[in-house]
Design a protein around this ligand. Structure first.
Ligand code: PSU
Ligand code: MN
Length: 301
């Protein structure tokens, strides 16, 4: 079984019963955001968690070792070239001693739960891809939430996915889906996908109460937080960009794990960089909300 190596910060926080928020590393690598916005995203997310009274704990595989909590001078290793590591890739990354494995949401929640860190923040969750009825492409992020005891905070998922099927899938595998002071499932760059959220919550203590009332010993919950209003992008502009990027995938044979990084890169180019500040703003906001949840959870334990 994986045995993540915890940083001194994380060990000390656990000893003292202080709040911790886990982060993934794919979003901060060349697979998630262009340079230098990726470094800014990492700085802003970790600063938001610290300002919220919690300890940030970035997950990654470095030199074949599964880690949670990186030293500041190790952060730059995940900012460059990295191999995408979903949960099922972790054993391979260890056995083959990958230099830098950038953890996705599925890998991160697996690592966080193995390390006893119950709160995790990201930008956007993976989901059921459009056309999954043909390709079968359903992100491992969804099953990971059903199988690891973590509260995952995300701005919903990007609209290049099939968001209605993503919600259906989460329902099937028994993951509670909560909306942070919001009635709609958010679509990452926009506050609403038009799909109603199963359950609205108003406070961190309410999220903690839901977590404590779980029916399964090793399942997580998804807390969706809409992008702040001031940072929201235009839905129509995005629709055109997403459809063009998906057409390009189909034409050029881009499939599987390559789809998400490909579409993310096209969105960045086609929105003339406007998507990048929005992405940073929502990731930072999610990190701040996650810190609030982690503080409430630590106080309740
Ligand atoms: N969505 C984003 N930004 C990202 C990702 C998704 O808006 O960086 C990354 C996350 O790491 C997520 C992964 O866990 O992509 C999902 O990839 P796939 O669709 O291959 O499961
Ligand atoms: Mn996939």
């Amino acid at each position: 079984m994986i045995e993540p190596v915890l940083s001194e910060d994380v060990v000390a926080a656990q000893r003292d019963g202080r709040a911790i928020v886990a982060l993934e590393s794919t979003i901060f690598s060349n697979l998630g955001l262009p340079s230098p916005a990726n470094a800014e995203a990492l700085d802003r997310c970790t600063a938001a968690i610290t300002a919220g009274g919690a300890v940030p704990a970035v997950t990654a595989v470095l030199d074949g070792v599964v880690r949670i909590g990186l030293a500041a001078d190790e952060h730059e290793r995940i900012l460059g070239e990295a191999r995408k590591a979903a949960e099922r890739d972790l054993p391979v990354a260890v056995a083959q001693r990958w230099d830098v494995g950038a953890t996705t949401v599925s890998a991160s929640v697996a690592i966080a739960s193995a390390a006893g860190v119950p709160v995790f923040a990201t930008g956007g969750l993976g989901g059921v891809h459009r056309g999954a009825e043909i390709t079968g492409d359903i992100s491992a992020d969804l099953d990971a939430l059903a199988n690891h005891r973590v509260i995952a905070v995300s701005a919903g998922a990007k609209a290049f996915l099939d968001l209605a099927r993503t919600l259906e899938y989460l329902e099937t595998v028994g993951v509670p889906v909560l909306g942070w002071r919001h009635d709609w499932f958010p679509a990452f760059y926009t506050r609403s996908s038009g799909l109603p959220i199963p359950h609205r919550v108003e406070s961190a203590s309410e999220v903690v109460a839901v977590f404590h009332a779980s029916t399964r010993p090793s399942s997580g919950i998804l807390l969706t937080v809409p992008i702040p209003e001031a940072d929201e992008l235009d839905a129509q502009l995005l629709d055109g960009v997403l459809n063009a990027a998906l057409d390009e995938c189909a034409r050029d044979g881009v499939t599987g794990a390559a789809v998400t990084p490909f579409v993310l890169a096209r969105i960045g180019e086609a929105t003339d960089g406007r998507s990048v500040p929005a992405n940073l703003a929502l990731a930072e906001h999610n990190a701040a909300v996650a810190a609030e949840i982690a503080v409430a959870l630590a106080a309740a334990s």
